[in-house]
Design a protein around this ligand. Sequence first.
Ligand SMILES: O=C(O)CCC(=O)C(=O)O
Length: 271
Amino acid sequence: MSKLSDFCKDGFVIQEVAGIQELIKDCLDSLTRIASLGISEKFETFEELGMLLERQFNRDNEVYTGILKAFANTPYVQRFATLPGIVELARSLGILEPSLVTPPILHCVKDELILNREKVFTPAHQDVVSTKGTVGQLVFWVPLHSILQDNFGIQAWPGSHLKGQRPSTYSPFGHTVSSEEIPKSDPEYLNMKKGEVLVFSQYLIHQTFKHGTFRLAISFRFNDALDQQWADRKFFNAFQRVENNEQYADLRNVPPKDCNLYFESLNHNSR
Ligand SMILES: O=C(O)CCC(=O)C(=O)O
């Protein structure tokens, strides 16, 4: 069977994409630099990176959250959505003109690092509820390491996309498929090797597997900008960028000083 027919039948495919392995390495190096605040501590293993994040989390969990946000906004993480192999894969699965719903998002899961379990461990849900995307909207989910057997992977109900959007109810995560609409069969745990990408329909019912050690993954979604229905819906996107102009009574509000010194030293280093 072709990838496309697998996708139509199951609602997802898992595929290796050229360039992902190299990008993952760049990402982990970048996260290590940011999490160690530029101090070039050497971290040999993925577990050590987890411990470094834990150290920052225990020091100040706002700084920890800031580290993850700063990392998510690096060109390395953002580049996932622009890899030629990813764009080609999106096209091969029906998206004629891929248009990002949001920039790539980071998902970091480790028991010691969780601020809000309800948000991290997603219940059975369909992404269409929050994204309201074009009918063919694709969700890409890329782990930064192997996710074999039981490391906080994704569980899904193959074929559950075929019934379209099911009624859902409120959950602390935001929404969950109503219990009577969740297929009776056990969900499938999606084993993935490093370098593989999971692509699924926004209608696929899926959830986070709740056991594991430490997992990092990136997700992003493509609408199809050539979808006529979307044009009729005025290219509606449920996600919006917002500005935070809140006044903080702490260091966040202190603007950086000494810019002349900064440029002097930058210039000096260029010589
Ligand atoms: O990373 C996860 O565990 C959840 C991802 C997910 O369900 C989603 O992006 O829709």
